[in-house]
Design a protein around this ligand. Sequence first.
Ligand code: A3P
Length: 313
Amino acid sequence: MGPKGYVMPRAYKEQAESIYNLPIRPSDIYVASYQRAGTTLTQELVWLLANDCDFETALAVPITHRYPFLEIFMFYIEWKKERLANIHQVEESKRENLIKAMEVMTQPVLEKLASMPSPRFIKTHLPMCCLNPTIVDTAKVVYVARDPRDIAVSAYHHARLFTVFDFGGTFKEFWHLFTNNRFPMTPYLEHVKEAWNLRHHPNMLFLFYEELTKDLKASINRVADFLGKQVTEEQMARLCDHLSFENFKKNKSVNYEGLRDYGLMTPRKDEVFIRRGKAGGWRDYFDEEMTQQADKWIEDNLKDTDLRFPTTK
Ligand code: A3P
């Protein structure tokens, strides 16, 4: 799709125009990213700062309810048709939950957004060119990016975790799909460059996962400044604790574990949403040949920009 050739699930076409023309409110806050860049961590941080550190609500209300996911339908429309056609193959006791999940994943997000009170918090993995072009002039956008090698490893596990992807190949095969732009929303580096090019706009905050996790306090201060919020010392300590990887893993409002009972995630417990939480884990997955090929791929794709990841400088 478009001049960058983004790969989109077929169903995207059905709502592409409505998404592009979605009326933006000045109080909207978008958290945008390529998947697995640290979106959930960024969403929780933004939401807490914007809501005066209301930890009680954050712990009680799942992040999926606080942040409609703009284009979630596009992954699930075809899946729903296929699952419904083969529903007799699903164990009877699991059918009701699966049908409920189908309804939720394909519900009209745009209608929900229209009736939502302000301020709205919205999650998207769409590249900036798919969103209303007035978005940064009107609302606030926080974009988070991550080293492409860690994105690929994390996205590979995510594609094994979520039954809608049901990826059964090796990591090497996945890396091939990712770098040859055969995976949804690739080319990844074009996705990041679009947001990078807007990073000086006062309504755009561009973050790196590597910086977020290396110095969470500094990142909290950056996001607070961007949102015009003050953070007390006590709030800062509680934010760091709440956003820590260990606590995130246990936190049902952000760890997506609830989806397992609905047949949306594999029953195999070796795959989880809040998985490893480290920068540089890709080294365990790349052989020498892949490492060299990745270096060249990154270099070639960053030739036309001053974008550099903290880990690729
Ligand atoms: P890994 O698979 O490398 O562990 P997204 O929310 O965009 O899907 O990103 C998910 C990635 O962010 C996963 O990366 C996940 O473990 C990591 N992550 C989520 N919460 C985190 C936290 N509180 N601290 C550090 N990393 C976190």
